[in-house]
Write a protein that binds this ligand. Structure first.
Ligand code: UDP
Ligand code: MG
Length: 325
């Protein structure tokens, strides 16, 4: 089969887990090559996301040991979404299909075969979907479920229980490259590109080694980014809420006038304070949401590059060949 697969793996401070999982990825790639589902020039592409430990040295080492390993290095840490994007954009001219997966072995590597099969059956996008969340804590499960429900309510179409483990064809990536936003939320953007898609189910395990880089604050950040990048419903919600509160205020004004006529004006201090506080709170929240969107516009207008590559293992290889020749 002549399909070239590039497996895109973002890595941030993963020196503990990389030596373990790199072998597993290679084994899976070789298996798929042996079964003639993908071509011999398929590659495993690590994207070093500005790690502060020995991750990049390890990637360079791997690329010397086996030609199937290649790596690119972002000039600094830009976060998981940008790292995956850098890998996808780098691979789109070399590969026919890409699969993005985390490097910690949490996602079942063997699901890749089903993904490639689905591609050969005509799908351009294959989402890896977690079949259960038993290994997650109650808190993570609860927050994740709330996240998906909220996202869908707010008009951002995301596949339930799908993170960033997915197959995307080069054809889709070339269309995706025309999406110019700087705030990346891939799992919301890819459904927008369209094309035939399907899902593959797998079980997600515990991390093989190392620690998660997604504490609650980053998770909330991602959720907020997702909602504000894909939907303007919160703004509409504010307008609706503004109308509702205005109506309540109107009733309040009527009430105030009537009590004035009834001559009971001294009392009512508590209610005045309550209304002032309530209105103040609502207004601040609304201003915050508006500010959030304005901030996004500001970042988008600057149109800064979404990734900057400082090193590539394969460029280096070419240089070495040249200097050796
Ligand atoms: N990652 C990255 N840049 C970051 C944080 C994480 O490239 O700033 C990578 C990380 O190396 C891993 C993947 O993103 O391959 C998912 O991160 P992690 O496993 O820590 O998150 P979790 O699975 O706990 O949500
Ligand atoms: Mg993980």
């Amino acid at each position: 089969m002549n399909t070239t697969l590039y497996i895109i793996i973002p890595c941030y401070n993963e020196e503990e887990v990389l030596p373990i999982t790199s072998g597993l990825f290679l084994q899976e790639l070789n298996d798929l090559i042996k079964k003639e589902k993908i071509s011999e020039d398929s590659r495993i592409m690590f994207v070093n996301d500005g790690s502060k430990d020995r991750t990049w040295e390890l990637i360079e080492q791997l690329s010397k040991e086996d030609e199937h390993f290649i790596g690119i290095c972002q000039s600094r840490n830009r976060g998981h979404q940008n790292a995956v994007w850098a890998g996808l954009m780098e691979a789109k001219n070399m590969a026919d299909i890409t699969i993005s997966i985390d490097c910690d072995g949490q996602d079942d590597i063997h699901a890749m075969e089903d993904m490639v099969d689905a591609y050969h059956d005509g799908c351009e996008v294959v989402y890896g979907v977690r079949s259960n969340r038993d290994t997650d804590s109650f808190f993570k499960r609860f927050t994740a479920q709330t996240f998906y429900k909220l996202m869908n309510r707010l008009g951002a179409e995301v596949v339930y229980n799908h993170a960033d483990y997915r197959l995307v064809s080069a054809r889709v990536l070339k269309e995706l490259a025309d999406f110019k936003e700087v705030n990346l939320f891939l799992r919301g953007m890819i459904p927008l590109v369209g094309f035939k898609s399907t899902s593959v189910y797998y079980e997600r395990h515990e991390r093989i080694a190392g620690k998660s880089h997604y504490p609650l604050s980053k998770m909330l950040g991602l959720a907020f980014d997702g909602i504000t990048s894909l939907s303007v419903k919160p703004l509409r919600f504010i307008t609706g809420m503004g109308l509702g509160v205005s109506m309540l205020s109107f009733i309040g004004v009527l009430w105030a006038v009537i009590t004035q006529f009834l001559g009971r004006t001294v009392t009512g201090w508590t209610s005045t304070v309550c209304i002032v506080c309530f209105m103040g709170g609502i207004q601040l929240i609304c201003l915050g949401v508006l500010g959030e969107y304005i901030g996004k516009i500001y970042m988008e207008v600057k149109a800064r590059p979404r990734y900057i590559i400082s090193d590539r293992t394969y460029e280096k290889k070419n240089e070495e060949e040249k200097s050796g020749a």
